[in-house]
Design a protein around this ligand. Structure first.
Ligand SMILES: [Zn+2]
Length: 100
């Protein structure tokens, strides 16, 4: 599944709201809020930017091993191609590229 610019912006905004919501809840934790709130505020832009840069999702995708035809079930969540996944059936490493 490929994410358009609009979808990527919506995902990034949703991530920002979740991060800032969690950070806001951390205000209520006595003592730890001195560390958690600044950390949440500082990390939120990085998490949002990382989410925005994700252009594809392999959730629900079916990818087969080039050597044995076994299904690759442990697809990583890397946002950049090529992906490298090891087949659990034959142990061969498969290189997965994007055709977009
Ligand atoms: Zn295989």
């Amino acid at each position: 599944m490929y994410f358009s610019r609009e979808v990527r912006l919506k995902r990034a905004l949703k991530t920002a709201l979740i991060c800032l919501g969690i950070t806001t809840l951390c205000v209520c934790i006595p003592g730890a809020h001195f560390l958690l709130v600044p950390t949440g505020i500082l990390l939120t832009p990085f998490v949002v930017l990382k989410t925005y840069r994700v252009t594809t999702s392999l959730v629900g995708a079916s990818v087969r091993c080039a050597a044995c035809g076994g299904e690759l079930t442990r697809l990583s969540s890397q946002e950049r191609y090529p992906l490298y996944e090891t087949c659990i059936t034959c142990g061969r490493e498969n290189r997965i590229v994007s055709h977009s």
